[in-house]
Design a protein around this ligand. Structure first.
Ligand code: AMP
Length: 375
């Protein structure tokens, strides 16, 4: 066990690291962030930031020396850095999990080879591969970069099989890709699963996720699906975590298909945007659970105190340099506002979120939609 009073080192300095750091602090841990970008959101709540590239050997060594346990909050940390660090330091989740989850090709292959349900797919490298894959998978389908994709970045939907594949391949950047069959889903949901080194494993309540322009817009909890399907999703997430040998936290994004079956969309071995609701609505937030898991403390209760909806606040809400109407949110006793301390509100950038409590999930979603209009 890494006891309170020790120091947690986190690779990546965005809001996920920031909120993990806040949870770490509440439990009496020190917190050091490794992130190339100076003055990152996590640095404001950390004891120290090491601001260096992820391949800076001397900086990595310095980071390892100060940290009693190391983790990451960002999938695009080079897995090589985690491999090097784990040779001499305690690091969770193990580097192989990051290596799998940071690349769609490896992730999809892992899912398929282990019998977990997911979209049909083909891996491709050339225009000819694309044409063959398209003939096999058909349209609609989605062309996704094999590496470095999130929030719909590096994706093109293909609606019609008779399109100009040469033009598409050019526009896509002629890079290694995954062509995925289109999933006719009824709903998107996600489950957080946490595991410590003792083998304890717990999930947070299932969130129902609504995306706009490929970016998470609302998470409604509990998801408006049957208790049986919620259990099924939780068991599927646990099976995946066991197969990966997880110690830490894993977000499992799922499609609920029109026939009621589940299919895995993506895996994220870190806190997840769709579980931010847990800060306000659960006995133990995903961030505290993450700290407990990587420090091998007993996992905390994930009991939900109330139905809740989370809304992301994007940079788009700042128009003509005007601050969004935060006062309208703060006046409402059913609302909690969280801001990430980011200075530059670019469109599509996640600047903060708010949550809305209500007696039912439906009412919290209604309330959240109304309040979003006021921003
Ligand atoms: P991703 O970045 O792969 O999670 O994709 C972002 C969003 O695009 C997902 O949350 C879905 O809403 C949508 N999407 C991705 N892949 C598919 C697919 N194969 N079929 C239908 N929708 C998809």
């Amino acid at each position: 066990m890494i006891p309170p009073g020790s120091t947690i080192g986190i690779l990546g300095g965005g809001q996920l690291g920031r909120m993990t750091g806040q949870a770490a602090r509440s439990l009496g841990y020190g917190y050091i962030v490794y992130e190339p970008q100076p003055n990152c959101p996590a640095s404001h709540v950390a004891d120290q930031q090491i601001s260096a590239p992820y391949d800076d050997q001397a900086a990595l060594e310095r980071f390892a020396k100060i940290s009693d346990v190391i983790t990451y909050e960002f999938e695009n940390v080079p897995s090589e850095a985690t491999r090097q660090l784990s040779a001499t330091s305690l690091l969770h989740p193990r580097p192989e999990i990051l290596h799998i989850c940071q690349n769609r090709e490896r992730e999809k292959t892992f899912l398929r080879d282990n019998g977990f349900p997911c979209a049909p797919f083909r891996i491709l490298d050339t225009l000819e591969d694309l044409q063959t894959a398209l003939a096999e998978i058909g349209a609609p389908s989605v062309l996704k970069t094999a590496a470095f994709g999130y929030d719909g970045k590096g994706q093109i939907k293909i609606d019609n099989q008779n399109l100009d594949t040469e033009e598409l391949w050019q526009r896509f950047g002629q890079q290694r890709a995954v062509l995925e069959g289109w999933m006719d889903f009824r709903m998107e949901i996600s489950v957080m699963v946490a595991a410590n080194a003792q083998g304890e494993m717990l999930t947070h309540p299932v969130a129902e996720n609504i995306h706009t322009n490929h970016i998470l817009d609302y998470s409604i909890v509990p998801a408006r699906i049957s208790a049986e399907l919620q259990r099924e999703a939780e068991e599927l997430a646990k099976d995946i975590a066991r197969k990966l040998g997880l110690v830490g936290l894993l977000g499992v994004e799922l499609f609920v298909m029109t026939d009621g079956s589940l299919a895995v969309n993506e895996l994220a071995p870190r806190p997840h945007n769709s579980a931010h609701y847990s800060l306000d609505a659960c006995a133990t937030s995903q961030f505290e659970q993450f700290v407990r898991a990587v420090c091998d403390l007993p996992l905390g209760s994930t009991a939900l105190h109330s139905p809740i909806t989370m809304v992301n606040i994007l940079g788009d809400a700042w128009q003509d340099d005007r601050q969004p109407n935060f006062a309208a949110l703060m006046r409402d006793p059913a609302v909690k506002l969280h801001l990430y301390g980011k200075k530059d509100p670019r469109p599509g950038r996640k600047m903060g979120h708010f949550t809305v409590f209500a007696p039912t999930a439906e009412e919290s979603y209604q309330g959240a939609q109304n309040l979003k209009q006021l921003l």
